[in-house]
Design a protein around this ligand. Structure first.
Ligand code: NAD
Ligand code: USQ
Length: 392
């Protein structure tokens, strides 16, 4: 299969590109390297020393004998080049990771809010529009987020995989319908993912594009079978207050004896998935496309749910570090339940890596090996949801 991986230089996109190439797919990475430029803007570096894209690709060729091509292209601002690329390459599938993915970054300033909306919404719309204009029938697999559902309103009822059965009382009796699950974004970033969903619903209906939308939870871990084959293939690991996600942050903080930064009470329940399972889920999604004319196929791409304070406790018990409750810079419920339906991937053969088995190895291996690269001043999360400070 010929697959274009949009955002293939990023944390999820890079290991996915290697995984697909390893399986024998012809992979073309498209990325404008904006994530690397945001590192420069924020004066950050990945915990792991990530190699330039050219070095990464040369190393993969050396190690595996396989070629991954790379095109530097801005999905949101270079429509004509995107159209030419699709028309020329005519891929069988496209995996779309190419969005600004940090919620705190998206709330940092009016400039960051506008950049996130412009980049994510225009990028996704350009892609859909170019698929229609080029006549390319590729299956589009998009990385969405669990955050489109919001947290807490369904109590202990499981969050279904994308669609909700509703009954409405009418003068003639009851009307039953299946609707897209109501959207309830908690940040400008999450809002862009809810807008992506509407665009997919429209373009599948109007233009019969085949779309799979993966509502992914928080990804943790770093390495996959392929990224650990050579140090030049190492994956990105963000630990800072904007891009670092909670579990990877806790793992680095533990190694440094930096008290684990639990926001508020830590009663926020979130869904998680290991990066090794992310790449496997993409493989499964690519192998099971929807039919032409189907509505978007939605999977909840998660394997476990945890409360933030329980994660902190688990890491503290494993490593002996302290936990500190800090004021929450976000506007979010202090306590919520979260039960997520994820039967589709399990029934298609996903065999999840659980936190209890992967955790210790991850702390010892990556976080300890690269701890000298940490800039402690970048650990506090300072991006506030409302001007003037804590949103909690
Ligand atoms: P990332 O920032 O590491 O990677 C995104 C890549 O896309 C970067 O390499 C960036 O340079 C590129 N990109 C962004 N805008 C682009 C544009 N306009 N044109 C071309 N390239 C562009 O993020 P990630 O963690 O790998 O996330 C990938 C996707 O998965 C995102 O859409 C994100 O919303 C989703 N997701 C991530 C997580 C997570 O925990 N990391 C969880 C759920 C969903
Ligand atoms: N949190 C802490 N302490 C920290 C960092 C975070 O308590 O040091 C809390 C946050 O307040 C939040 C929770 O942990 O309640 C999760 O935060 P996060 O930064 O790990 O994850 P989030 O902002 O939700 O975003 C990440 C990815 C995003 C993806 C999303 C999946 O950056 O791209 O869409 O996870 S989900 O959360 O399921 O929507």
């Amino acid at each position: 299969m010929k697959v274009i991986v949009l955002g293939g230089d990023g944390f999820c996109g890079w290991p996915t590109s290697l995984h697909l190439s390893d399986l024998g797919d012809e992979v073309i990475i498209v990325d404008n390297l904006s994530r690397r430029f945001i590192d420069i803007e924020l004066e950050l570096e990945s915990l792991t020393p990530i190699a330039p894209i050219g070095t990464r690709l040369a190393a993969w060729k050396e190690v595996s004998g396989k070629t991954i091509r790379y095109v530097r292209l801005d999905l949101a601002n270079e429509y004509d080049r995107l159209l030419a690329l699709l028309s020329e390459e005519r891929p069988d599938a496209i995996v779309h990771f190419a969005e600004q993915r940090s919620a705190p970054y998206s709330m940092k300033s009016p400039k960051a809010k506008r950049y996130t909306v412009g980049n994510n919404v225009s990028g996704t719309h350009n892609l859909l529009c170019a698929l229609v204009e080029s006549g390319v029938k590729a299956h589009l697999v998009h990385l969405g987020t669990m955050g489109v559902y919001g947290y807490g309103w369904s109590g202990s009822a499981p969050i279904p995989e994308g669609y909700l059965e509703v009954q409405v009382d009418t003068p003639d009796g009851q009307l039953k319908r299946e609707i897209l699950h109501p959207a309830n974004p908690g940040s400008v970033y999450h809002m862009t993912k809810t807008l992506d969903q509407l665009m997919f619903a429209f373009y599948t209906k109007n233009d019969r594009i085949r779309v799979t939308d993966l509502h992914q939870g928080i990804v943790w871990g770093t390495q996959t079978a392929q990224t650990q084959m050579d140090v030049r293939l190492i994956n990105r690991f963000d630990y800072d207050g904007d891009y670092g996600t909670v579990l990877n942050r806790f793992l680095v903080q533990a190694v440094l004896n930096y008290p684990l930064t639990v926001h508020g009470t830590g009663g926020q329940t979130r869904a998680f998935i290991h990066i090794r399972d992310t790449v496997r889920c993409i493989e499964i999604a690519l192998k099971t496309p929807p039919e032409v004319g189907d509505k978007p196929k939605i999977f909840n791409q998660v394997t476990e749910s945890y409360k933030v304070r329980d994660l902190a406790k688990l890491v503290a018990e494993t490593t002996g570090c302290e936990v500190k409750n800090v004021p929450n810079p976000r506007l979010e419920a202090d306590e919520n339940d979260l039960v997520v339906e994820n039967k589709q991937f399990l029934s298609l053969g996903l065999n999840p890596t659980t936190l209890s088995e992967g955790l210790l190895a991850e702390v010892q291996d990556i976080a300890r090996r690269y701890s000298s690269r940490v800039d402690l001043s970048k650990i506090p999360a300072t991006s506030a949801w409302r001007s003037g400070g804590s949103g909690a």
